[in-house]
Design a protein around this ligand. Structure first.
Ligand SMILES: [Zn+2]
Length: 280
């Protein structure tokens, strides 16, 4: 027993003997003149040497083919995965009431080439799903209830197999819409991510309609356009409404599956759910 005690003391002494005589002296004299901050950055760079930030950017074809972006010559965009610090920021914001702002800031940092606020809504949705794919992998869990038997099904949707509708080749600076009854041509501008916050609630969405109509034939006077919308047919207005609020391009969100229990075929919408920013 006393031998054991002795050996522990020996070990402790061994440590003492190994300590530098002057504890204030730098442990590595080679680095004595390197400023602290540079040293931290060098060490960090060493640890991150295999995380090539250029390699983090992955190119994706945009559903809009880049057409709605002024002076944007490409049909694709570069995206990167979220970093751990991004996720931490999101999780922190989720408990507060500014979660949407935090989400937009994080996502904007994962996009290169186009300003995030300029993205049209179909492009934005696609970009969000691709950032999700890069960050957490291709498997996206969706919880859904069978319309036939009420059984809860957990689907795993493969984000790499998402099908896309691309924007019409004819799109120029503005999208044109032929109105069926008045036989006039409307020129509309797309809703972008930056407009989302100020869009009215679904039941008052009609109020926002004129702000996305640039002109009808050669009339661009807002008051005239408003009066026109009030007095033309429902069919004309609905045509405009769907061209502006439901543009015909973007990710195909309609998905079919057969129930695990009764095999009835169900439709499910591939949208943002509670699993969006979590690892499956
Ligand atoms: Zn079922």
């Amino acid at each position: 027993m006393s031998e054991q005690k002795q050996s522990i003391i020996d070990i402790a002494k061994g440590f003492e003997g190994g300590q530098p005589k002057n504890p204030d002296a730098p442990r590595n004299p080679m680095k004595a003149n390197v400023p602290e901050q540079t040293l931290v950055q060098d060490q960090l760079n060493g640890l991150l040497e295999n995380i090539d930030t250029n390699k983090m950017w992955v190119e994706f074809n945009l559903p809009s083919k880049g057409k709605p972006y002024v002076n944007y010559e490409k049909d694709s965009i570069f995206l990167r995965a979220m970093k751990f610090s991004d996720e931490k920021r999101l999780q922190k914001a989720l408990v507060g009431d500014r979660s949407k702002d935090a989400l937009n800031v994080v996502l904007a940092g994962c996009v290169k080439g186009i300003d995030y606020g300029q993205l049209t809504l179909p492009d934005k949705l696609y970009v969000m799903f691709k950032i999700r794919q890069l960050s957490y992998g291709k498997d996206y869990p969706i919880n859904t209830t069978c319309k036939g038997c009420g059984t809860k099904n957990e689907l795993i949707y493969d984000l790499t197999k998402m099908s896309l509708d691309f924007m019409d080749e004819t799109y120029q600076e503005h999208c044109t819409v032929d109105l069926p009854d008045s036989e006039k041509t409307a020129y509309i501008s797309p809703i972008r991510a930056k407009h989302e916050e100020s869009l009215p609630s679904p039941e008052r969405i009609m109020e926002a309609l004129p702000s996305f109509i640039t002109r009808i034939d050669n009339v661009s006077e807002e008051m005239v356009i408003k009066r026109f919308l009030e007095q033309t047919t429902i069919k004309d207005v609905n045509t405009l409404k769907s061209a502006i609020f439901n543009p015909k391009y973007g990710m195909d969100q309609a998905h079919k599956y057969n129930c695990d229990f009764c095999n009835v075929q169900n439709d499910v919408n591939i949208g943002l759910n509670e699993n969006f920013f979590t690892t499956s």
